[in-house]
Design a protein around this ligand. Structure first.
Ligand code: F6R
Length: 263
């Protein structure tokens, strides 16, 4: 794992947008795993900017989102499908047929989870998975005690996650209690992963996920098992990391990061 610390959330997000852009240019039919949440909003606006001003081409790209709420009305403005359309899909040249999210209204949710896994497999597997970090330490909606080998499945959300995400709902009582999420095992099968984390509120959990023991109580700690994972964070979220100086040194000195310095 590598940890890249940028001075601000803006700069951290810009670095991730450029990393994704580079991958997409190298492999136009990239299979891109996507996340939702507040952290991703700035990143998606930058990806849109790269499309509009630099011509970044999404026409062959295939996307798979990590998760979707169970049981929201099909036209709900709170669904992750709606979020993705608003922040990314409607503003770049992605073919809607190439954008995939689990169907939280499927009549048979277990069958839907199996179908989702098979669709990922048929597309050749995820090349690059984008991750956020929840305050409970989740990736996707892999709440505490999610098995590190878990696959896509329906998951009950913790009270902490419900409290956190229900703030987005006009009536917090409408927030679903369950979601379909890729499993930790599914996520770890992606060829490359980038986790983007910003803000002081994430400092404690980021330190546990990155430098603490691997535990299913903090499913984000499973990223330590992945052979090609980069965590990109702002100074605020990085403030509790013990090896900060080392991470800075690597970014400033390793040739791999030269093209991202000073911008
Ligand atoms: C949602 C997802 C979640 C979020 C996490 C952070 O698709 O994958 O794990 O990334 O809850 O959300 P924010 O950015 O809103 O703090």
């Amino acid at each position: 794992m590598q940890v890249i610390i940028r001075p601000t959330a803006e700069e951290a997000s810009w670095l991730v947008a450029r990393m994704i852009g580079k991958c997409l240019k190298a492999k136009p039919d990239l299979v891109l795993g996507l996340a939702t949440g507040q952290t991703m909003e700035r990143l998606y606006s930058m990806m849109v900017k790269l499309h509009l001003s630099d011509g970044l081409d999404f026409s062959l790209c295939r996307t798979f989102n990590l998760d979707e709420y169970v049981g929201l009305p099909a036209d709900s403005p709170y669904s992750y499908r709606h979020y993705m359309k608003t922040h990314l899909f409607d503003h770049v040249n992605l073919d809607p047929r190439n954008t995939h999210l689990p169907d939280g209204n499927a009549p048979d949710l277990s069958a839907e989870c199996v179908r989702y896994e098979e669709t990922i497999k048929r597309s050749g597997g995820i090349d690059l998975q984008l991750l956020g970090l929840g305050k409970v330490g989740h990736i996707g909606f892999n709440e505490p005690l999610s098995a590190l080998y878990s696959r896509t499945r329906e998951k009950a959300l913790t009270p902490a996650t419900i409290a956190e995400n229900s703030r987005m709902f006009k009536d917090p009582a409408d927030m679903p209690r369950r979601a379909i999420t890729m499993g930790v095992g599914t996520i770890l099968e992606s060829r490359e992963m980038i986790m983007l984390v910003n803000g002081t509120a994430k400092a404690d959990i980021l330190a546990k996920a990155v430098e603490g023991p691997i535990t299913s109580m903090i499913t984000a700690s499973a990223i330590q098992l992945h052979p090609d994972c980069v965590v990109v964070t702002d100074e605020e979220a990085a403030s509790k990391l013990q090896a900060r100086e080392y991470y800075h040194w690597v970014f400033e000195n390793e040739p791999e990061w030269a093209e991202y310095r000073g911008k």
